[in-house]
Design a protein around this ligand. Structure first.
Ligand code: NDP
Ligand code: 8X3
Length: 268
């Protein structure tokens, strides 16, 4: 069987839940799963921006008529929304086979001593508490069925803390630690725990970091060629579409100009 056909048959009929699917890596991952599965997937797409999710559903179902797309509003920073989330999944979406914990954000580049409590709260609530709480909702079912994939999106920032990123880097370090503990706890099961750590990817990430200041966000990518969201989506789909005994446990993905969080070659 060809590489693509094998991936399609392994993904066929799966239900895949993606958080933060309204833009960037999450959105691209939805399209990549539909593409790799030849449209034979059910995609539960979640984020805060419902209108964007609805537009993505329309685009996806037009491009992949066999795909079923279920947009559901979910703010992962709100525990009450996570608590009631599973009841909102329509029966037609089936049982979730793959959970992609992608929703995440950064606010600011302030140094310790100058970081507002509200920025600290929102980064931890979104990147850490939301990811952990949603995982806790789905993992018991995965364990009972002895199958399922959890894909956590970390970052180079979780491996290499940098100045101006104390909180964001700390949140991604938590994701790494949490993910590794969970993989070790599940060693006797067929549940796969996968982490994908991107380097620099041009998405809305930097626009959010600079609170909507597009000029500052663009400056991050001056003189370099960052990854695009689709590059990370391909890695995520590759990991999930391996043979069920294969766990792509951990990957670090850079654009070619980047060799660490701090070491980048800029042509200026
Ligand atoms: P984007 O800003 O383009 O996408 C972030 C997504 O997360 C959006 O869909 C946003 O949707 C969603 N999101 C943010 N806050 C919440 C929330 N409280 N509840 C639900 N959804 C939320 O950035 P990326 O695609 O780049 O980011 C995706 C992941 O990749 C993040 O975890 C990020 O940390 C990680 N990453 C990104 C890198 C980069 O350089 N871009 C590098 C390394 C890791 P909405 O606003 O509609 O809620
Ligand atoms: C995003 C990458 O280096 O801007 O996680 O923190 S970085």
């Amino acid at each position: 069987m060809s590489f693509g056909a094998a991936a399609a048959s392994r993904l066929a009929g799966k239900t895949i839940l993606i958080t933060g699917a309204s833009s960037g890596i999450g959105r691209a991952t939805a399209f990549e799963f539909a593409n790799a599965a030849g449209g034979d997937v059910k995609l539960i797409l979640t984020a805060r921006r419902e209108a964007s999710l609805l537009a993505i559903k329309e685009e996806l179902e037009k491009a992949y008529p066999k795909a079923s797309v279920f947009p559901i509003k979910l703010d992962v920073s709100k525990m009450a929304e996570i608590d009631s989330f599973m009841e909102k999944i329509p029966a037609a979406a089936g049982t979730v086979d793959v959970l992609i914990n992608n929703a995440g954000m950064v606010h600011g580049v302030e140094k310790v001593g100058e970081i507002t409590q509200s920025d600290i709260d929102i980064m931890f609530q979104t990147n850490v508490f939301g990811l952990i709480a949603l995982t806790q909702k789905f993992l018991p079912g995965f364990i009972t069925r002895n199958k399922g994939d959890i894909v956590n999106i970390g970052s180079i920032a979780g491996r290499e803390p940098y100045p101006g990123g104390a909180i964001y880097c700390a949140t991604k370090a938590v994701v790494k630690s949490f993910t590794e503990s969970m993989r070790k706890e599940l060693v006797a099961s067929r549940v796969r725990v996968i982490e994908v750590d991107p380097g620099q990817v041009e998405t809305e990430f930097s626009v959010v970091r600079f609170r909507g200041d597009k000029a500052k966000a663009d400056a991050v990518y001056a003189g370099v060629e960052p990854l695009i969201a689709e590059d990370i989506a391909e890695v995520i789909v590759f990991a999930v579409s391996r043979r069920e005994n294969t766990v792509v446990a951990d990957t670090l993905v850079f654009p070619s100009h980047q060799a660490s969080a701090m070491i980048m070659h800029r042509k200026l």
